[in-house]
Ligand binder design. Structure first.
Ligand SMILES: [Zn+2]
Ligand SMILES: [Zn+2]
Length: 301
């Protein structure tokens, strides 16, 4: 799993910066999580082919999280995309997309599979052979979801030397890594465990933007390898965070600590601040392993 940060800021990005959006690559799929204004520019700048995007997750209907969506949907069609695109979004964004397609008389070159999120608790919204996606409600001024993308158990790794010693034909190597016993050239059954070892540990990534801190969130993101949590405000502006239902550095740090996550990625910074290192410094007083979002930053989950 790999993240590319496309936008690090809140609703009014500074020059050269963008609102919240990131790309998650998991197995052979590319998932765009939130879709800020200018996202096409950011995808191109980061050398991510638009055609590679398979799924888009929209957390909520505030513009800084979806204003790039209509442009992207249109461009896909102009580029003659023929692969299906799945978008998970709240009903409000669903209606905006439908209205735009209707009023602009847009004919799409591809199948647009719009799936409305209206869950009030954590639910599974997607899965394939390699990963699954859960959505869970956040606490914000309008209906908002967070997301967790989890890899499924990975293939085992072949110990080539042992496979050769056991006289196994190459065409059966795939069965072995898929946890199946095989019969070797001498007609002897070989247990897959004898010639393979455990594969890489499956990873989990959680995305929480925008939200105020609330206790239920802790169990939803518990134990993930990387947690993205918004930190719109520094601690000194916690009164503003309370009113607008956003998080401060302390909120995100407490969430990461209580949720026993491995690492915390922070972003959605308010444009009232100039020094984003101050965000990391504040987080570190509570939770050590923090990364600051920055346009173009790549992170292995
Ligand atoms: Zn926002
Ligand atoms: Zn918002």
């Amino acid at each position: 799993m790999k993240i590319t940060v496309l936008g690090s800021q809140g609703a009014i990005p500074k020059v050269g910066k963008f609102s919240s959006s990131l790309l998650l690559k998991v197995s052979n799929s590319n998932i765009l999580i939130d879709c800020c204004e200018g996202v096409q520019h950011q995808l191109r700048k980061n050398k991510i082919k638009l055609s590679k995007i398979d799924i888009i997750l929209i957390s909520h209907a505030h513009g800084d999280h979806y204003f790039g969506l209509i442009g992207l949907i249109s461009t896909f069609s102009l580029l003659k995309r023929d692969k299906k695109l799945i978008i998970f979004c709240p009903l409000s964004v669903f209606k905006i997309i439908q209205a735009h397609i209707k009023f602009s008389k847009m004919t799409l070159s591809y199948e647009l599979d719009l799936r409305v999120l209206n869950n009030e608790t954590k639910i599974n919204i997607f899965q394939n052979d390699f990963f699954y996606i859960d959505a869970f409600p956040l606490k914000h001024s309008i209906y908002t979801n967070g997301f967790i993308v989890s890899e499924k158990k990975k293939k085992r790794k072949l110990i080539l030397q042992k496979a050769l010693e056991n006289n196994i034909e190459k065409i059966y190597f795939n069965n072995l890594t898929n946890r199946k016993n095989v019969v070797n050239k001498d007609g002897v059954e070989i247990n897959y465990k004898d010639v393979t070892k455990e594969g890489d540990k499956p990873k989990k990534f959680a995305y929480c933007s925008d939200t105020a801190y609330f206790e239920d969130l802790v169990k939803n993101i518990n134990g993930v390898d990387l947690l993205y949590c918004e930190t719109t405000f520094l601690k000194r502006d916690q009164d503003k965070a309370k009113i607008t239902l956003h998080s401060t550095t302390a909120d995100a740090a407490i969430l990461a600590k209580k949720g026993k996550v491995k690492r915390l990625l922070i972003g959605h910074f308010s444009s009232r601040y100039d020094d984003f290192n101050e965000f990391a410094e504040e987080v570190r007083t509570i939770f050590e392993n923090v990364i600051i979002s920055d346009e173009g930053k790549k992170i292995d989950v």
